[in-house]
Design a protein around this ligand. Sequence first.
Ligand code: MIG
Length: 753
Amino acid sequence: MEFKIIGNTQSINQRNDTLILDTAEAQVQVSIYSPTIIRVNVTRQPDKPVSSFAVIREALPDLSYEENLHELIINTSALQLRIQKDPLRMAFYTADGKLLSQDDERFAISWQDTKVMNHRKVHPDEKFIGLGEKTGNLNRRGSAYVNWNTDAVNYQTESDPLYQTFPFFIGIHSGLTYGLFLDNTHKTYFDFAASTDDQFMWLGADAGNLDYYFFGAQTVAGIIEDYTWLTGRMEMPPLWSLGYQQCRWSYMSADEVLEVAQGFRDRQIPADVIYCDIDYMQDYKIFTWNKEAFARPKEFIDKLKDINFELVTIVDPGIKIEKGYQQYDEGVEQGYFATYPNGENYTGEVWPGRCHFPDFFREDVREWWGASFCALTDPGVAGFWNDMNEPSAWNQNVPWIVKFGDKFMPEVRNAYGMQMARATYHGTRKLLGNQRPFVLTRAAYSGTQRYSAVWTGDNTASDAQLLLGQRLVNSLGLTGMANVGVDIGGFSGNPTPELMVRWNSLGTYTPMFRNHAIKGSDMREPWQYGEGNEALIKQAIEQRYRLLPYLYATFYQATQTGIPVSRTLAIDYAHNENIYSVAYQNQFLFGDALLVAPVISTVQTADVYLPTGNWYRLSTEQMYNGGQSYTVDAPLHDLPVFVKAGAIIPMQSVVQSTAEKGDGILQLHIWNSDQATSCVYYEDDGNTYDYEQGTYYKRLITFDPIAREIKLSAVEGSFESRYEVVKVILHAFDVEIANKEADNVKAEFVVKY
Ligand code: MIG
């Protein structure tokens, strides 16, 4: 095996926006994307064009640098990159000279044959967070990870890799923060000082470039904002997808689906979405309906819509080899499938039996795939669940010789699922006209937030996985994926009634709230656990519906800034040691206002850590001083949820589905504080793209305890709110307020107290 470390700088050139340093081993290309983002692309094939699935921005046109005897120095208003020339070593500083991150002086950038590595110095107090869907602790120091999208059925609390690849982490030390995104779709590696703690951390790839973006914003939120500026942000999800979602592998017939949906209405348990898993298809052929069990899809979906349910159906990438099956015939004829090097179509076995796999890396294939969804959209399907797209095939990895266009499987495997989601999103968006499609994918790569929500695959019905699931959700939020769900209840196994209740109570505070279960498991609908438990699950779902105005506005934030819906405390309290402790690492902020402490089902109390500031228990209104930990009651009917002092939480009365009008009252819950606060309230029709043309309703709400007033700014946008009245509800104030109800006028209005 040949080993090389990058050596002396032999030449320095500039091409437009890029500084180019050549060494005997490689070429280093440096460009600036924004004052807080610098790209370093280290390549041994400088003439090979580079493209990215993740990045949607271009470098700034200008770059200037200074040179002295030993160094090249690039300054932006926020960052300084100092490049030592001999041997070539890089170090990033803040503009005022504080060291953020640098190469390990000894090993820096190196190669073993095609493998490329970057060893970097670690600071004594440094913590690492990120990488998206990864098991283990919030602080990833001491752990090592591989990115290789995998059908990780029955994964455990330490399993790696899982389904998704986000080669992006954030380092936190000395009161400083930085981020690093390695844009490489080969198998990649991240070792956070796992071998010997104080030696180094390293990242690497099986092949390809060491092409990374360095982020220097000095808050975790700022780094997420920059990362999602670079790789894109989610768009507004359909409002119905934020309601409760009921799924199962599988409801076996249209009648059964209708019966379950009606079961929610009969019991007055709110719900919006029901799913068809693979058994709705004929012989697992994608874009078909089972001729007997789902004989008249349009009639069936119309009936669902009559009772305010939307239907989501699953699609897998594998196209069954069967002459006369439309997608097979078209795919073969047009050459749309992945191939072996001799041009034959690759064959893998999945649910339908022997299959070919669309080459989603090609635009014509994506268009064809996207257009095929008419078989689902025509009868009225509104959501599209992309499964098995790691890609997964029985008993084997997809062989290395499989080709997608001119690329072999190992080069692009980690982006396959993302490209399937991309094709699904664009195709269904086109077919649905002005309606927002809901897309859900199991495999993903950085940037997938532009197309799809994700869920965390085949988890297990256990308390440990309830907690793990929350960490996965929180970690995915750090890497741009704001719309995330886990299989509530656990996919494999059967939850105890207590676990089912507890997990649903956490589902209230999960961006996507979906129950799902494996074939053969006990039925999981909320009424399967006895009357008492049904009431508790119903209560959790009702709370979700009360919070929808708040949740929708929180999703709006994610579309504008990339800040996730479920936020590890490391976003707002990065430099507070306590939040990384194993006891508190699962806690998170759900939006700006609510702190949630996940609790397992076998205990009735919880140790929670409340960061600086004042907090109120949502259920009791009891006040807690932050900056310390508490042992609090956590019975099954009352998950510990705390409201931040000064919070402004828009809520509504319970409705049975998001299609219901409700009582027309927007409740503005304000929690007392001695500091002024504000929030942006956002609303639109919840279903179309009219908001892009200004048909939305947005206003700034401010709470000022000194002036003793709550002010709603004039409304921005042309949407008529679905609420006729705004009602202000004060919590922990010792006064009554004068005019607490106002017609939802669009002009500014002020409530004095
Ligand atoms: O081989 O479609 O993760 O949610 O229910 C299993 C059946 C295929 C895996 C998904 C799961 C889904 C199941 N699928």
